[in-house]
Design a protein around this ligand. Structure first.
Ligand code: C2E
Ligand code: FE
Length: 375
């Protein structure tokens, strides 16, 4: 219990807390760490971290430890009468000893979260310039006592320690989102010329590649990279002339040779990239038309010489190309395309990836019937 901690124990706790929060840059994970730490060290039934969303004028909570409230997202308007909004607006703490008899307490949150608040403490989360970033709220001390000044002091200290880590993680998240958005829009630009359903095509490839990567048991981070890098597979098509890219008929041998160069162009566009996602996109753009049997292009690589990510995207790309109408071909049914993919196992495609494709096919089919709500 926090109130009974010795000065040395408290110092150790703060050092440990500082160490943990300063090494985590992912916002969700960081909020998890903070929430877990507070729940444990203040020995409370529930801890909720609210962050300000200035754009929408709201406070939102991603994290809520304790009974009935694991990872529920809650949103509260900043200008409401809610006690949390009050703490955010005033920058002062509120300590309520008997929640249901206190007129400042609103029971809406308890109703949403199926939690009965008995007593609660809410402190503002301020950065080092004093700007309020959000609110830390804890409820129901497990030893049955009410929150006292020591609890308040400790929670304030933890919130001060956490604030810069939270600010950095939010910046990091914004940067990451804007990087992924830019990549995605770049991919749309490249595909825009030859496909009417550009977004659908890119989304399908991204989802199928991601599901294949997951099914193959790759690490979550690598799966996410594949999901985000795969839309750039045909970026090299920006360098192709209209008379080839938009030809509404079969390409001549000579035209097909020129078309094949989209892999080389893609490789050149992405060469020397530093970010993980663009490095992976480079491999994919260059090698997504290589075939397992060595008869693909541009290099004629075979088997495991072909980067795994490119082998995965190749399966997703061909399946989707078959199912879609193109300027030069009609759409196949997913079932017919599926049969083709199985026939090409060990020829165009890595057999291990086709085995994974078989497993995910029920989910893939839903994408094409338009009733996937999941991914
Ligand atoms: P894409 O349309 O995105 O097709 C990607 C890959 O899907 C193709 O790579 C091929 O492996 C497979 N694919 C697509 N449609 C069919 C089909 O009807 N039958 C079979 N068996 N496989 C199919 P590929 O062949 O190396 O082509 C790369 C890109 O070259 C295509 O991307 C498309 O943009 C272009 N392309 C290929 N053939 C033609 C064509 O006859 N006319 C035109 N205008 N473009 C073509
Ligand atoms: Fe391609």
């Amino acid at each position: 219990m926090a109130a009974k901690l010795t000065a040395e124990e408290q110092l150790n706790l703060l050092v440990e807390f500082g160490k943990q929060v300063s090494t985590e840059f992912r916002l969700d994970e960081l909020l998890d760490i903070i929430g877990n730490h507070i729940t444990k060290n203040l020995n409370v039934g529930q801890c909720t971290i609210f962050l300000k969303d200035v754009e929408y004028g709201e406070l939102w909570s991603k994290i809520a430890q304790g009974k009935g409230l694991d990872h529920t997202e809650i949103r509260i308007p900043l200008n409401s009468k809610n006690i949390i909004a009050y703490v955010a607006a005033s920058g002062t703490s509120v300590n309520i000893t008997n929640a249901y008899e206190d007129p400042r307490f609103s029971i809406e949150l308890d109703m949403v979260t199926d939690f009965k608040t008995v007593n609660m403490l809410a402190v503002p989360l301020k950065n080092n310039t004093g700007k309020v970033l959000g609110v830390f709220q804890v409820a129901n001390k497990k030893d049955g006592t009410v929150f006292d000044n020591k609890d308040e002091g400790l929670l304030m200290l933890l919130s001060t320690l956490a604030s810069s880590a939270i600010e950095i993680a939010r910046l990091y998240q914004d940067l990451n989102i804007s990087q992924l958005e830019t990549i995605y829009r770049l991919a749309i630009t490249a595909e825009y010329r030859d496909q009417r359903d550009t977004k659908e095509h890119l989304r399908n490839i991204s989802i199928i590649s991601y599901l294949l990567a997951l099914s193959l048991g790759l690490a979550k981070e690598r799966c996410n990279l594949i999901k985000n890098a795969s839309p750039l597979h045909d970026i090299g098509k920006v360098a192709l002339a209209d008379n080839i890219l938009l030809k509404p008929a079969k390409l001549t041998d000579q035209e097909y040779e020129i078309m094949k160069a989209h892999t080389i162009y893609g490789g050149r566009i992405l060469e020397g990239a530093h970010s993980k996602v663009l490095k992976m996109a480079h491999k994919i753009a260059l090698s997504h038309h290589e075939k397992w049997n060595g008869k693909g292009y541009p290099k004629g690589l075979a088997g495991e010489e072909i980067p795994l990510e490119a082998r995965i995207v190749s399966v997703a790309d061909v399946f989707d190309a078959l199912c879609m109408q193109r300027i030069y071909k009609a759409a196949w049914t997913p079932e017919k395309a599926y049969e083709y993919m199985l026939e090409e196992s060990g020829e165009s495609f890595d057999p291990r990836i086709i085995e994974a494709f078989k497993k995910i096919f029920p989910s893939v089919k839903k994408i094409y019937s338009g009733d996937d709500k999941s991914v």
